[in-house]
Write a protein that binds this ligand. Structure first.
Ligand code: CP
Ligand code: NVA
Length: 300
Protein backbone atom coordinates (compact mmCIF):
# COMPACT_ATOMS: atom_id res chain seq x y z
CA UNK A 1 0.00 0.00 0.00
CA UNK A 2 1.45 3.34 -1.04
CA UNK A 3 -1.51 5.56 -0.13
CA UNK A 4 -4.74 5.02 1.84
CA UNK A 5 -7.27 6.89 -0.30
CA UNK A 6 -10.04 4.29 -0.23
CA UNK A 7 -10.54 1.39 2.15
CA UNK A 8 -10.08 -0.75 -0.98
CA UNK A 9 -6.40 0.27 -1.01
CA UNK A 10 -5.89 -1.96 2.04
CA UNK A 11 -8.38 -4.68 1.14
CA UNK A 12 -5.80 -7.45 1.54
CA UNK A 13 -4.35 -5.97 4.74
CA UNK A 14 -7.47 -5.24 6.77
CA UNK A 15 -7.14 -8.25 9.09
CA UNK A 16 -3.46 -7.52 9.59
CA UNK A 17 -4.20 -3.85 10.37
CA UNK A 18 -6.88 -4.91 12.86
CA UNK A 19 -4.40 -7.22 14.55
CA UNK A 20 -1.80 -4.45 14.82
CA UNK A 21 -4.48 -2.07 16.15
CA UNK A 22 -5.45 -4.63 18.80
CA UNK A 23 -1.80 -5.08 19.82
CA UNK A 24 -1.40 -1.31 20.17
CA UNK A 25 -4.57 -1.18 22.26
CA UNK A 26 -3.22 -3.82 24.62
CA UNK A 27 0.23 -2.17 24.93
CA UNK A 28 1.33 0.51 27.35
CA UNK A 29 4.62 1.27 25.60
CA UNK A 30 5.14 1.34 21.87
CA UNK A 31 8.89 1.85 21.38
CA UNK A 32 9.51 4.66 18.95
CA UNK A 33 8.97 3.09 15.52
CA UNK A 34 8.25 6.48 13.91
CA UNK A 35 11.01 8.46 15.59
CA UNK A 36 12.07 11.39 13.45
CA UNK A 37 9.03 11.05 11.14
CA UNK A 38 6.57 13.87 10.52
CA UNK A 39 2.97 13.60 9.35
CA UNK A 40 1.46 16.75 7.80
CA UNK A 41 -2.26 16.89 8.61
CA UNK A 42 -4.22 19.15 6.24
CA UNK A 43 -7.76 20.06 7.29
CA UNK A 44 -10.18 21.68 4.85
CA UNK A 45 -13.00 20.91 7.32
CA UNK A 46 -13.25 20.78 11.13
CA UNK A 47 -12.42 17.65 13.14
CA UNK A 48 -12.15 16.46 16.71
CA UNK A 49 -11.51 12.70 16.61
CA UNK A 50 -9.49 12.49 13.39
CA UNK A 51 -7.25 15.39 14.27
CA UNK A 52 -6.57 14.37 17.86
CA UNK A 53 -6.15 10.64 17.21
CA UNK A 54 -3.69 11.23 14.35
CA UNK A 55 -1.69 13.78 16.35
CA UNK A 56 -1.63 11.71 19.55
CA UNK A 57 -1.00 8.54 17.52
CA UNK A 58 2.09 10.06 15.85
CA UNK A 59 3.29 11.26 19.24
CA UNK A 60 2.89 7.86 20.91
CA UNK A 61 4.86 6.20 18.10
CA UNK A 62 7.72 8.67 18.51
CA UNK A 63 6.91 10.96 15.56
CA UNK A 64 5.29 14.36 15.10
CA UNK A 65 1.92 15.40 13.69
CA UNK A 66 1.70 18.84 12.12
CA UNK A 67 -1.80 20.38 12.16
CA UNK A 68 -2.37 22.53 9.07
CA UNK A 69 -5.68 24.30 8.48
CA UNK A 70 -6.06 25.24 4.81
CA UNK A 71 -6.83 28.87 5.66
CA UNK A 72 -3.32 29.12 7.13
CA UNK A 73 -1.70 27.54 4.08
CA UNK A 74 -1.14 29.08 0.65
CA UNK A 75 -3.75 26.59 -0.68
CA UNK A 76 -6.24 28.93 0.99
CA UNK A 77 -5.00 31.69 -1.35
CA UNK A 78 -5.10 29.55 -4.45
CA UNK A 79 -1.74 27.75 -4.57
CA UNK A 80 -2.41 24.55 -6.55
CA UNK A 81 -2.74 21.35 -4.55
CA UNK A 82 -0.16 19.78 -6.88
CA UNK A 83 2.48 22.39 -5.91
CA UNK A 84 1.60 21.95 -2.24
CA UNK A 85 2.02 18.17 -2.56
CA UNK A 86 5.40 18.49 -4.29
CA UNK A 87 6.65 20.96 -1.67
CA UNK A 88 5.40 18.98 1.31
CA UNK A 89 6.93 15.78 -0.04
CA UNK A 90 10.34 17.42 0.46
CA UNK A 91 9.64 18.08 4.16
CA UNK A 92 7.45 15.36 5.63
CA UNK A 93 7.13 11.56 5.62
CA UNK A 94 3.38 11.36 5.11
CA UNK A 95 0.35 13.58 4.47
CA UNK A 96 -3.12 13.14 5.93
CA UNK A 97 -5.87 15.27 4.44
CA UNK A 98 -9.50 15.90 5.31
CA UNK A 99 -10.69 17.29 1.99
CA UNK A 100 -13.85 18.98 0.83
CA UNK A 101 -13.74 17.07 -2.45
CA UNK A 102 -12.44 13.57 -3.06
CA UNK A 103 -10.71 14.93 -6.15
CA UNK A 104 -8.53 17.18 -3.95
CA UNK A 105 -7.27 14.05 -2.22
CA UNK A 106 -6.57 12.36 -5.56
CA UNK A 107 -4.68 15.41 -6.85
CA UNK A 108 -2.62 15.50 -3.68
CA UNK A 109 -1.78 11.79 -3.94
CA UNK A 110 -0.95 12.02 -7.65
CA UNK A 111 1.64 14.70 -6.90
CA UNK A 112 3.05 13.40 -3.64
CA UNK A 113 6.10 11.18 -3.32
CA UNK A 114 5.18 10.34 0.30
CA UNK A 115 2.14 8.31 1.47
CA UNK A 116 -1.20 10.15 1.53
CA UNK A 117 -4.00 9.18 3.94
CA UNK A 118 -7.70 10.00 3.50
CA UNK A 119 -8.94 11.59 6.74
CA UNK A 120 -12.47 11.98 5.23
CA UNK A 121 -13.68 13.28 1.90
CA UNK A 122 -17.19 13.62 0.47
CA UNK A 123 -16.78 10.06 -0.89
CA UNK A 124 -15.06 7.98 1.79
CA UNK A 125 -13.89 7.82 5.40
CA UNK A 126 -11.62 4.75 5.41
CA UNK A 127 -9.92 5.38 8.78
CA UNK A 128 -13.35 5.47 10.42
CA UNK A 129 -14.34 2.17 8.79
CA UNK A 130 -11.22 0.44 10.11
CA UNK A 131 -11.87 1.61 13.70
CA UNK A 132 -15.51 0.55 13.27
CA UNK A 133 -14.53 -3.00 12.32
CA UNK A 134 -12.13 -3.14 15.25
CA UNK A 135 -15.12 -2.29 17.45
CA UNK A 136 -17.40 -4.86 15.78
CA UNK A 137 -14.73 -7.52 16.29
CA UNK A 138 -14.38 -6.62 19.98
CA UNK A 139 -18.12 -6.83 20.64
CA UNK A 140 -19.20 -9.58 18.26
CA UNK A 141 -16.05 -11.69 17.90
CA UNK A 142 -16.33 -12.02 14.09
CA UNK A 143 -17.94 -10.48 11.00
CA UNK A 144 -20.68 -13.08 10.59
CA UNK A 145 -23.50 -10.78 11.72
CA UNK A 146 -25.47 -8.13 9.87
CA UNK A 147 -24.95 -4.38 10.01
CA UNK A 148 -27.71 -1.87 9.35
CA UNK A 149 -26.69 1.62 8.31
CA UNK A 150 -29.58 4.07 8.59
CA UNK A 151 -29.41 7.53 7.06
CA UNK A 152 -27.38 9.26 4.39
CA UNK A 153 -25.57 7.15 1.77
CA UNK A 154 -22.51 9.33 2.20
CA UNK A 155 -18.78 9.03 3.06
CA UNK A 156 -19.12 6.98 6.27
CA UNK A 157 -21.74 4.68 4.78
CA UNK A 158 -19.66 4.25 1.61
CA UNK A 159 -16.51 3.08 3.40
CA UNK A 160 -18.62 0.78 5.60
CA UNK A 161 -20.21 -0.78 2.52
CA UNK A 162 -16.80 -1.44 1.03
CA UNK A 163 -15.22 -2.82 4.21
CA UNK A 164 -18.22 -5.07 4.95
CA UNK A 165 -18.11 -6.34 1.38
CA UNK A 166 -14.41 -7.10 1.73
CA UNK A 167 -14.78 -8.84 5.11
CA UNK A 168 -17.92 -10.81 4.21
CA UNK A 169 -20.20 -9.00 6.66
CA UNK A 170 -23.82 -8.56 5.54
CA UNK A 171 -24.91 -4.92 5.37
CA UNK A 172 -28.18 -3.18 4.60
CA UNK A 173 -28.42 0.54 3.97
CA UNK A 174 -31.81 2.00 4.91
CA UNK A 175 -32.09 5.46 3.40
CA UNK A 176 -34.66 7.80 1.87
CA UNK A 177 -35.01 7.48 -1.93
CA UNK A 178 -32.48 9.79 -3.54
CA UNK A 179 -29.94 9.45 -0.72
CA UNK A 180 -28.52 6.06 -1.67
CA UNK A 181 -24.74 5.52 -1.86
CA UNK A 182 -23.32 6.53 -5.27
CA UNK A 183 -23.42 3.96 -8.07
CA UNK A 184 -19.60 3.72 -8.26
CA UNK A 185 -19.52 2.60 -4.59
CA UNK A 186 -22.45 0.19 -5.00
CA UNK A 187 -20.83 -1.45 -8.03
CA UNK A 188 -17.47 -1.79 -6.30
CA UNK A 189 -19.11 -3.14 -3.14
CA UNK A 190 -21.11 -5.71 -5.11
CA UNK A 191 -17.99 -6.99 -6.88
CA UNK A 192 -16.22 -7.39 -3.53
CA UNK A 193 -19.30 -8.97 -1.93
CA UNK A 194 -19.53 -11.50 -4.77
CA UNK A 195 -16.07 -12.69 -3.73
CA UNK A 196 -16.55 -12.62 0.06
CA UNK A 197 -20.14 -13.85 0.18
CA UNK A 198 -21.47 -10.71 1.92
CA UNK A 199 -25.08 -9.78 1.21
CA UNK A 200 -25.41 -6.08 0.42
CA UNK A 201 -28.86 -4.45 0.23
CA UNK A 202 -30.30 -0.98 -0.16
CA UNK A 203 -33.85 -0.23 0.98
CA UNK A 204 -36.05 2.62 2.09
CA UNK A 205 -37.91 0.34 4.51
CA UNK A 206 -36.03 0.66 7.80
CA UNK A 207 -38.67 -1.20 9.83
CA UNK A 208 -38.12 -4.42 7.88
CA UNK A 209 -34.37 -3.88 7.44
CA UNK A 210 -33.58 -3.57 11.15
CA UNK A 211 -35.02 -6.99 12.02
CA UNK A 212 -32.31 -9.51 12.95
CA UNK A 213 -29.49 -6.97 12.77
CA UNK A 214 -26.48 -7.20 15.08
CA UNK A 215 -25.06 -3.73 14.55
CA UNK A 216 -27.14 -0.57 14.13
CA UNK A 217 -25.12 2.33 12.74
CA UNK A 218 -26.03 5.89 11.92
CA UNK A 219 -24.36 9.19 10.99
CA UNK A 220 -25.50 12.82 10.97
CA UNK A 221 -28.26 13.77 8.54
CA UNK A 222 -26.46 16.96 7.59
CA UNK A 223 -22.81 16.30 6.78
CA UNK A 224 -20.18 19.03 6.69
CA UNK A 225 -20.78 21.08 3.55
CA UNK A 226 -24.50 20.18 3.32
CA UNK A 227 -25.69 22.83 5.79
CA UNK A 228 -27.79 24.63 3.13
CA UNK A 229 -29.99 21.50 2.90
CA UNK A 230 -30.70 21.38 6.64
CA UNK A 231 -34.42 22.16 6.54
CA UNK A 232 -35.26 19.58 3.85
CA UNK A 233 -33.02 16.92 5.33
CA UNK A 234 -34.54 17.15 8.82
CA UNK A 235 -37.90 16.28 7.28
CA UNK A 236 -36.72 13.66 4.78
CA UNK A 237 -34.57 11.69 7.24
CA UNK A 238 -37.04 11.71 10.17
CA UNK A 239 -38.29 8.12 9.57
CA UNK A 240 -34.67 6.90 9.77
CA UNK A 241 -33.99 8.08 13.33
CA UNK A 242 -32.49 5.36 15.53
CA UNK A 243 -34.64 5.46 18.64
CA UNK A 244 -35.72 2.88 21.21
CA UNK A 245 -38.51 1.61 18.97
CA UNK A 246 -36.06 0.84 16.15
CA UNK A 247 -33.48 -0.67 18.53
CA UNK A 248 -36.28 -2.86 19.92
CA UNK A 249 -36.72 -4.45 16.47
CA UNK A 250 -33.06 -5.42 16.12
CA UNK A 251 -31.48 -8.44 17.84
CA UNK A 252 -31.61 -8.23 21.64
CA UNK A 253 -27.83 -8.01 21.89
CA UNK A 254 -27.45 -5.54 18.99
CA UNK A 255 -24.94 -2.73 19.48
CA UNK A 256 -25.44 0.89 18.48
CA UNK A 257 -22.64 2.66 16.60
CA UNK A 258 -22.10 6.24 15.43
CA UNK A 259 -18.96 7.78 13.94
CA UNK A 260 -19.66 11.03 15.86
CA UNK A 261 -20.25 13.93 16.14
CA UNK A 262 -23.90 13.12 16.88
CA UNK A 263 -26.96 15.32 17.17
CA UNK A 264 -29.33 13.93 19.79
CA UNK A 265 -32.93 14.36 18.67
CA UNK A 266 -32.00 14.04 14.97
CA UNK A 267 -30.38 10.82 13.70
CA UNK A 268 -30.58 9.23 17.16
CA UNK A 269 -32.04 9.86 20.60
CA UNK A 270 -30.21 10.44 23.88
CA UNK A 271 -31.80 7.25 25.22
CA UNK A 272 -30.05 5.20 22.50
CA UNK A 273 -26.66 6.89 22.17
CA UNK A 274 -26.31 7.25 25.95
CA UNK A 275 -28.01 3.90 26.60
CA UNK A 276 -26.71 0.39 27.39
CA UNK A 277 -26.41 -0.83 23.78
CA UNK A 278 -24.27 2.09 22.65
CA UNK A 279 -20.56 1.43 22.04
CA UNK A 280 -19.73 4.87 20.63
CA UNK A 281 -16.99 5.72 23.13
CA UNK A 282 -15.10 2.48 22.48
CA UNK A 283 -15.59 3.18 18.79
CA UNK A 284 -14.15 6.69 19.19
CA UNK A 285 -11.24 5.31 21.24
CA UNK A 286 -10.47 2.76 18.53
CA UNK A 287 -9.79 5.60 16.09
CA UNK A 288 -6.52 6.07 18.00
CA UNK A 289 -5.48 2.42 17.91
CA UNK A 290 -6.43 1.74 14.30
CA UNK A 291 -4.88 5.03 13.18
CA UNK A 292 -1.61 3.97 14.80
CA UNK A 293 -1.82 0.69 12.89
CA UNK A 294 -2.21 2.68 9.65
CA UNK A 295 0.63 5.09 10.51
CA UNK A 296 2.93 2.26 11.57
CA UNK A 297 2.24 0.30 8.38
CA UNK A 298 2.57 3.25 6.01
CA UNK A 299 5.37 5.28 7.55
CA UNK A 300 7.74 2.97 9.42
N1 CP B 1 -15.70 10.58 13.19
C1 CP B 1 -14.89 11.59 12.88
O1 CP B 1 -14.18 11.57 11.88
O2 CP B 1 -14.91 12.63 13.76
P1 CP B 1 -14.24 14.05 13.56
O3 CP B 1 -15.02 14.77 12.51
O4 CP B 1 -14.35 14.70 14.90
O5 CP B 1 -12.83 13.86 13.13
N1 NVA C 1 -20.80 12.28 7.29
C1 NVA C 1 -20.17 13.14 8.26
C2 NVA C 1 -19.09 12.42 8.98
C3 NVA C 1 -18.38 13.18 10.05
C4 NVA C 1 -17.27 12.41 10.68
C5 NVA C 1 -19.64 14.37 7.55
O1 NVA C 1 -19.11 14.23 6.43
O2 NVA C 1 -19.78 15.46 8.07
Amino acid sequence: MKHLLSICDVQHQILELLEIAHKFKMSTSFGKPLQGKTLAMIFEKPSTRTRISFEVGMNQLGGTGLYLATDDLQIGRGEPISDTAKTMSRYVDGIMIRARKHNNLIQLANNSSVPVINGLTDLEHPCQALADMQTVLEYKGDFKGKLLFAGDGNNVCNSLLLICSILGMDMTVACPPGYEPPLQIMEKAQLLADKSGAVIEITSDILSAVKGCDVIYTDVWVSMGKEAELKDRLKIFQPYQINEQIMGLAKKDAIFMHCLPAIRGQETTASVIDGPQSVVWDQAENRLHSQKAILYTLLK
